[in-house]
Design a protein around this ligand. Structure first.
Ligand code: NAD
Length: 246
């Protein structure tokens, strides 16, 4: 039997991250769930992972905290022996028009969404470099590619992920480590449930496929990018958005 791969998924307590963790578990991975809420918020995810026969552990950590992320990645390597796959999924919004956006709202979104990815890649990459293989996928957003009024902080953080991903792909490619981004469009989750009906109707008009995406659509893209079939793909931004941004 092939050795199980180990995937570290941030923000896997719920939403898209939970679905990614479950999909990778079903594909034969063991899972390190990294999230900043209490483990009780991730109870359902942990139960589902166990049901699939995955060895799964929960690590409470704020991805924007550089030294906490170092401690967690070291703990994951100690507990599981390695990290084959890193999925940077943790993300937040703090929407508002630029003129009303506070410095704190800008800083918070940038430090969780973008610095969080840097922190994880920075501390996971040395382990991947040692074994000369690895897969990194970071969750961006179509908003990072097209911009969005009211989301200057969020769009900047998600555009930053694109530049980070492409640079990491160039730096680590020679060691058989790929780095790619997935850019979801409008996906049905707690984050999008929070939007007003008016905002949702405006978004539908922009989607050629005419409906919201599901969390599974994003998880399927991640599963592909970390698979052997995607071994020659690095530095791409895979849009999963029903054609919202073409
Ligand atoms: P969500 O709010 O349902 O889940 C986010 C998870 O990240 C939560 O479990 C939360 O506890 C965790 N998290 C937040 N801040 C954290 C931190 N500092 N440290 C560790 N964990 C933290 O969101 P979601 O809709 O599942 O989104 C997941 C990712 O997909 C995000 O990066 C988001 O920006 C991106 N995305 C979502 C959509 C969408 O339509 N839902 C579209 C494009 C991109």
């Amino acid at each position: 039997m092939a050795e199980k791969r180990v995937a570290l998924v941030t923000g896997a307590g719920r939403g898209i991250g939970a679905c990614i963790a479950n999909t990778l578990a079903a594909d034969g991975c063991d899972i390190a769930v990294v999230d900043y809420s209490d483990v009780s918020a991730a109870e359902e995810t942990m139960r589902q992972l166990a049901e699939q026969g995955a060895s799964a552990r929960y690590y409470r950590c704020d991805v924007s905290d550089f030294s906490a992320v170092k401690a967690v990645t070291d703990a994951v390597v100690k507990d599981f022996g390695k990290i084959d796959i890193l999925v940077n999924n943790a993300g937040v919004t703090a929407d508002g028009l630029l003129l009303r956006m506070s410095e704190a709202e800008w800083d918070r979104v940038l430090s969780i969404n973008l610095k969080g990815c840097f922190n994880l890649i920075k501390h996971v990459a040395p382990h991947m470099l040692r074994k000369r293989s690895g897969r990194i996928v970071s969750i961006s957003s179509v908003v990072g590619l097209m911009g969005n009024a009211g989301q200057a902080n969020y769009a900047a953080s998600k555009a930053g992920i694109v530049g980070l991903t492409k640079s990491v792909a160039k730096e680590l490619g020679s060691r058989n480590i790929t780095a790619n981004a997935v850019a979801p469009g409008f996906i049905r989750t707690a984050m999008t449930d929070a939007l007003s009906e008016e905002q949702k109707q405006a978004m539908y008009k922009l989607i050629p496929l005419g409906s919201l995406g599901e969390v599974q659509d994003i998880a399927n893209a991640v599963k592909f990018l970390v698979s052997e079939e995607a071994r020659y793909i690095t530095g791409v931004v895979l849009k999963v958005d029903g054609g919202m941004y073409i």
